[in-house]
Design a protein around this ligand. Structure first.
Ligand SMILES: [Mg+2]
Length: 266
């Protein structure tokens, strides 16, 4: 079931429920990075954790399982968060690392397919002003945040022929980004389910809470909407599988700090 983001109840109204569960040690937090913990910036390499979040996330990580689940490469997102002892899922979940040496990778067999198409994609990106192609470990990203407004449609038109007979890779859209990823049933939702499986070895009946802002987060919302709490960041009319919303990154920070207060209260 989906609903427009703007019609959802504010996540602060679920604080009591989440806080109570957290105090019983019963929640696991899954957080997207860009647009959730870090304000969206024109150049992705400039993105950083919002002020105050380092301390809040460090505190939360001491009280509950916490994972940062990003489209960025694992080492990239890990470096930008910089907190030890958390779970990190990079490349939309294709690579996962966690405490006690936990490490898993998926979709490595598709690397050669990305290599095969990389040069063509870069050449197409170079035809446009302010468009750049970026090779990530399990994806090719094409960023056009700084390009003129009509770029998205024109770029989509140029990229489409590459995928008319493509069996191994798929073109995805997002916020001012196209991404070419393995056409393989693995995504943020699968990664969250896998981390829950690992975590449930030590704790039972963990309630997953996922906060994210973009289309790839919807796959995690879909995966856990029956047994978890899904919070989308935004206020527009896009259809979402989430049940609650938060306005923006500062609202996420305030919300997480309220959970920390409730968790660490004597
Ligand atoms: Mg995001």
């Amino acid at each position: 079931m989906t609903a427009p983001i703007a019609t959802l109840p504010d996540a602060f109204s679920a604080l009591e429920q989440i806080g109570n569960a957290a105090r019983r040690g019963g929640i696991a937090l899954f957080l997207d990075f860009d647009g959730t913990l870090a304000p969206i910036v024109n150049r992705p390499e400039d993105a950083a954790l919002a002020e105050g979040l380092f301390g809040i996330l460090s505190g939360l990580g001491e009280h509950m399982p916490l994972a940062v689940v990003s489209g960025r490469d694992l080492d990239d997102v890990k470096g930008r968060v910089g907190i030890d002892g958390l779970f990190y899922a990079g490349s939309h979940g294709f690579t996962i690392e966690g405490p006690d040496g936990f490490s898993e990778r998926y979709g490595d067999a598709y690397m050669a397919d990305l290599d095969r198409i990389e040069e063509k994609v870069s050449a197409i990106a170079a035809e446009f002003g302010n468009v750049c192609a970026e090779r990530k470990s399990h994806a090719l990203a094409i960023h056009f945040r700084e390009a003129p407004a009509d770029t998205e449609d024109r770029l989509a038109g140029r990229l489409a022929p590459l995928f008319s007979n493509e069996q191994r890779l798929k073109l995805h859209g997002g916020k001012k980004i196209f991404e070419i990823r393995p056409d393989f049933e693995w995504h943020k939702g699968c990664a969250v389910r896998r981390m829950l499986e690992v975590l449930s070895g030590s704790r039972t009946e963990l309630i997953p809470v996922f906060i994210g802002d973009d289309l790839t987060d919807e796959q995690a919302f879909e995966e856990i909407s029956d047994d978890g709490i899904c919070i989308v960041v935004g206020s527009d009319q896009r259809e979402t599988h989430a049940g609650y919303r938060l306005d923006d990154v500062p609202a996420v920070r305030d919300f997480l700090s309220r959970i920390l207060e409730r968790t660490s209260a004597p």
